[in-house]
Design a protein around this ligand. Structure first.
Ligand code: IVH
Length: 693
């Protein structure tokens, strides 16, 4: 019996959309060379979602819509590696490389030796297993962390969210790569967190009162081991492949052939690679890599050299923990030992107290470092830092220097006294508090001069009102003369007042005034950011502006109808509370009124509600971690979706939280995709695309 024609047509259409999406994901996430814009991509994705929603029986696990799915794990299962994941021996100098090269030649006998040179990516290694799929291709079946090298943790649902990891590989690609069909193959490589994604992650953590990740590697490792794939999906991790095993055996002729095959399979292979024959060649590659290091956008900590030819690799074999045919040259110049002279506290715009290490100046990786961030009180506590300690400072790429450990030996005795976090604000002398569950101490004085200074600097900064000339020196003087007591006062400054200031020529006074005048047109989103409402960064400000269209409307929603706030994409109870709290304070309402009176534009074009979930029906069950049932319902409905009370064949998604009951069972019985809260939010946000650079 043949299927009815319309069904087959839908089938074809769905498959065609998937092909297109996979093609564009590959261009964007692997080759870094997109051909279409985000809007076009989103349109294709929405069309696919719509068709799949109407024909849930056609959903396949490797569909581009299925990257985030399932419930958060309770813990990770363990699984055995098909072959141990080994480590690498290290070399730190040309001499050590020369020793290694000599040993390789001795063991290789008279075989000629060529090496591949690759960047040593600073992330965490993972192994991806692909199993034969109907049609002759391969399907991603397992993603494992390195673990102890023998047994790793099953992080498959997290790895599936990385768009640089293909969920399936078709038969044609296998053929092109020279792989026979019907075999299990395994791709190994490094998951890295690009620096931009790292900064974004830490900003989010800071907003949530969580301790910052110390470096991108920790952040990548923490993310891959997060129990919630919905979170992993937003973190911008990238997978670089460097190894391929077929039926448990090393692939083909050698490492160059392996990297080429991985490229043909559609993986992201690091483009900075080469072949060298001598120690001179190695040193030249290292030199190039060090020069390039700061501009890569992700961190590397060295260069890996591998004997290229597989036959020679086999001859060289392994020691217990590492192959004899490979070596990792580690960069070293990027860290130095110096003395912690003091700890200074700075007060931020929100009143947050940040400790900064004052160091004896030391040359690290090309620059002189005399300060480094110590994050917060917990960080100092955890390290057991004493004033006078010798510490190791590190600088990776162009990232801010950091204190990584206390050094203690006969030349480096321990310091003398413990640093106690001030009980009073160092700027205004008022009390500081640390709220439950927060990592930071804050000054609670609304009139703290540091807060005003930092607010002015923030207000004028490039990403906010973009007032050129409103830098440290200008702000300091405006405050000293008592010319401003809020950001709104900027708009009543006069030329006479400014030329009076030190180092303020007539011309720069006029320029600053012109810049202030120009900033009136920055628009609602910028003003919202400039107000410094907690948790309201660029993206949230933009979404609020689009939803409410004017400050007045936002203000009245905050005061009379806070439910409306939560309807905005990405606004949850935490952000909504911050907005409500902000407008609840008379001083803040007065500030807004003052800005308005000064002529600062406070409107934006309202955006048509997105129809991201149009045509989809959801059922909610159990308790979600952050959203109430009502909030989740409003979010779905304002994105065009429907919420129904019972699970049936017509349900497209079940959103399940803690203690989900029979509805979840029913969903599983009917094979309806189940989302958690993060999965729902990711869907509302259209999955938020990110690239590596
Ligand atoms: S090859 C048996 N290539 O460095 C050889 N490793 O210090 C397996 N790494 O565990 C590793 N970039 O996590 C290889 N281009 C690269 C690498 C690389 C980073 C990591 C990997 C490994 C660690 C060893």
């Amino acid at each position: 019996m043949s299927e009815p024609a319309p069904k087959r047509e839908v089938d074809r259409k769905i498959e065609k959309l998937r092909e297109e999406l996979r093609h564009h994901e590959h261009l964007y996430y692997v080759l870094d060379a997109p051909e279409i814009g985000d809007a076009e991509y989103d349109a294709l994705m929405n069309e696919l979602k719509r068709l799949e929603a109407a024909h849930p029986e056609l959903i396949t696990p490797d569909s581009p819509t299925q990257r985030v799915g399932g419930k958060p794990a309770e813990g990770f299962k363990k699984a055995q590696h098909s072959r141990p994941m080994l480590s690498l021996d290290n070399a730190y100098s040309a001499e050590e490389l020369a020793d290694w090269n000599r040993r390789v030649h001795e063991l290789a006998g008279n075989l000629p030796v060529e090496y591949t040179a690759e960047l040593k990516l600073d992330g965490l290694s993972v192994a991806l297993r692909y199993e034969p799929a109907p049609g002759g291709g391969g399907l991603l079946a397992l993603g494992l962390t390195r673990g102890d090298g023998q047994i790793g943790e099953d992080v498959t649902s997290n790895i599936r969210t990385l768009r640089s990891v293909p969920l399936s590989i078709d038969a044609a690609k296998l053929k092109k790569a020279g792989l026979a069909p019907g075999k299990v193959f395994e791709v190994r490589g490094e998951c890295v967190m690009p620096e931009k994604a790292f900064e974004k992650t830490n900003q989010e953590r800071e907003r949530e009162g969580l301790p910052a990740f110390v470096n991108p590697r920790n952040s990548a490792a923490g993310t891959v081991r997060t129990l919630d794939p919905g979170i992993v999906a937003t973190r911008g991790l990238v997978f670089f492949a460097y190894f391929l095993l077929v039926n448990g055996e090393y692939f083909a002729a050698g490492q160059t052939a392996t990297l080429d095959a991985l490229t043909a399979l559609g993986f992201r292979v690091n483009p900075h690679r080469g072949r060298v024959e001598s120690v001179d060649g190695m040193m030249k590659f290292i030199d190039d890599a060090e020069k390039r290091r700061a501009t890569l956008g992700y961190e590397i900590d060295g260069v890996v050299f591998k004997v290229d030819a597989h036959t020679t690799q086999q001859r060289l074999g392994y020691t217990g923990r590492a192959p004899r045919w490979a070596v990792a040259y580690k960069f070293t110049a990027q860290s130095a030992i110096t003395k912690l002279e003091d700890i200074m506290i700075t007060v931020g715009r929100s009143g947050k107290l940040t400790p900064t290490a004052m160091l004896t100046p030391v040359f690290v990786g090309g620059v002189t470092v005399s300060r480094a961030t110590l994050h917060n009180a917990d960080f100092i506590e955890r390290m057991g830092l004493l004033i006078g300690d010798w510490v190791k400072v590190e600088r990776g790429g162009d990232v801010i220097p950091k204190v990584v450990e206390v050094v203690e030996d006969k030349d480096h005795p321990r310091g003398t006294h413990k640093f106690s976090f001030p009980a009073k604000c160092p700027e205004c002398g008022n009390a500081v508090v640390r709220e439950e569950g927060e990592a930071d101490w804050r000054c609670v004085n609304a009139d703290c001069p540091a807060k005003l200074r930092e607010s002015l600097l923030h207000f004028g900064s490039r990403g906010v009102m973009n007032i050129e000339g409103l830098g440290d020196a200008a702000v300091q003087q405006l405050l000293e003369r008592g010319l401003v007591s809020s950001v709104a006062d900027l708009y009543s400054l006069t030329e006479e007042q400014l030329v009076d200031l030190e180092r303020f020529a007539e011309k720069s006074a006029r320029t600053l005034l012109a810049e202030i005048e120009r900033s009136k047109k920055a628009g609602l989103a910028r003003v919202l950011m400039g107000l410094g409402i907690r948790f309201v960064g660029e993206r949230t400000a933009e979404l609020l502006a689009q939803e409410f269209g004017s400050m007045d409307e936002l203000e009245s929603a905050a005061q009379d109808d806070p439910e409306r706030l939560v309807r905005v994409e990405e606004v949850g109870p935490r952000i909504s509370k911050a907005i409500v709290d902000f407008f609840a304070r008379p001083a803040n309402r007065a500030l807004v009124a003052h800005l308005k009176k000064a002529g600062v534009e406070m409107t934006a074009e309202k955006k048509q509600r997105s129809a991201e979930l149009a045509g989809l029906t959801f059922v909610l069950t159990g308790t979600l971690p952050n959203l109430s049932r009502e909030e989740a319902k409003q979010k779905i409905e304002s994105a065009g979706g429907k919420v129904s009370g019972s699970v049936s064949k017509k349900t497209n998604y079940v959103v399940a939280g803690e203690e989900a009951g029979s509805k979840l069972d029913k969903a599983q019985e009917l094979k309806i995709p189940v989302l958690d809260e993060a999965g729902l939010l990711a869907m509302l946000a259209g999955h938020g695309r990110q690239s590596a650079s």
